[in-house]
Design a protein around this ligand. Sequence first.
Ligand code: EPZ
Length: 427
Amino acid sequence: MIVVKGPQKVSGSVKVSGAKNSVLPIMCAALLTKEKVELENVPNLNDVKVLINIIKQLGRDVSMNGDRLILHEMEKLNYSNHVPSEASSIRYSLLLLGSLLSTSKSITLPMPGGCNFSDRPIDVHLYGLKQLGANIIEGENHLVANTIGLKGTEITLRFPSVGATENLLIASVLAEGETILRNVAREPEIDDLVKFLNELGAKITYLGPNTMKIEGVPALEKKGVTYKIIPDRIEAATFAVLGALASRDSLTIENFVVEHNLVFLNILQRIGVNFEIISPNSLKVYHSPNLVATSICTEVYPGLPTDIQPILAVLLTQAEGESIIEDSIYPTRFQYAKYLEKMGAHISLFEGGICIQGKTSLEGAEVFSSDLRGGISVLLAGLIAKGETVIKNSYQIFRGYSELSLKLEKIGAEVEEKVEEVGVLAY
Ligand code: EPZ
């Protein structure tokens, strides 16, 4: 758990780390080549550590030093096709389907895990992989898939799913012939994956804003590729909100890629947050005590990301008037709201969204980190609330925020990480 004594003030500058939602798919894609691959700007996150362990158990030597991760060269592409059980603790083990069907022609994969804020079906992934020539059996806890060889074809995604776009992209790179993917997601992390794969020797081009062409190649033979992961735009937005809520005067966020966060910046402007764009990769946010309410709705990129709505919710508890937040991607992603309410916010739920009556002063309380972004939402609230906030299940937060306590300390905020002794249940 985490204990926060509020209210606290922050100032100075903070540097955003590499993107969780980019490095995970890129690590899965790197399994397509037997050559050595070096990744830079890799965030220090639980999910990354879990995936490293999985890849090692599949038979690939991996080492991590600071923010550099190396997948060492292999004699030949030869992975175990049994993915270890810890794969069920993260969502993106799902992308091993694309990698292992391409290289080992078969895979047994525990059902993926990750944030459980909503039912998260995988039908778009499975539909596309079957189109490419995979046979897939869905068990209760496992997926078993095999192929005699993936073959390029035309696939239209029912929904521009980020994960499905990435899985089908990975599965198409070594497939025989050409693949056309229509209605694909275009999040910046997807473009990062495309750039990485093309650097390895893949042939991926865009035929339009949401259409990709992949010409299958027999192998990815480029040697000595070193690739730098893009900054984490969700972490960047989190610190921007902290700057507006709690900066003594201002907070500068380095590696804030303005281009990746345009809709978010428009919303900050609309509600009255004072900020200055210092450069294409740096934002200065000033303390903004006079916020006004607004209505927002999440969408696929370039719309407002669903991952940012729990973070904006805290900010809107400090805005005068009635705010509405709707989530068109995950309509039930509001578990955090009851904990903000417990801290004094006035929030009412409706189908697909919440209504926030602001401005309310917040008080410390014992709360729970329901998932990664729900957790950071109550942590931000704890930093501006009067008194002590205890956040249970806080490991969720460290799944997506690298070196968080150190970064907060550097800008003058203190959060205490504690382990609570709980009795062992005897079965
Ligand atoms: C990615 O998840 C991100 N995770 C999520 O971030 C993010 O919330 C999400 O994209 C949306 O932007 C990573 O990148 C590791 P989707 P993903 O497939 O790929 C439906 C965070 O906080 N859908 O684009 O799982 C689905 O139910 C995490 O960092 C199907 O119906 O998201 C949802 O409503 C949480 N069938 C919508 O599409 C499918 O087969 C978007 O899901 C796949 C998805």
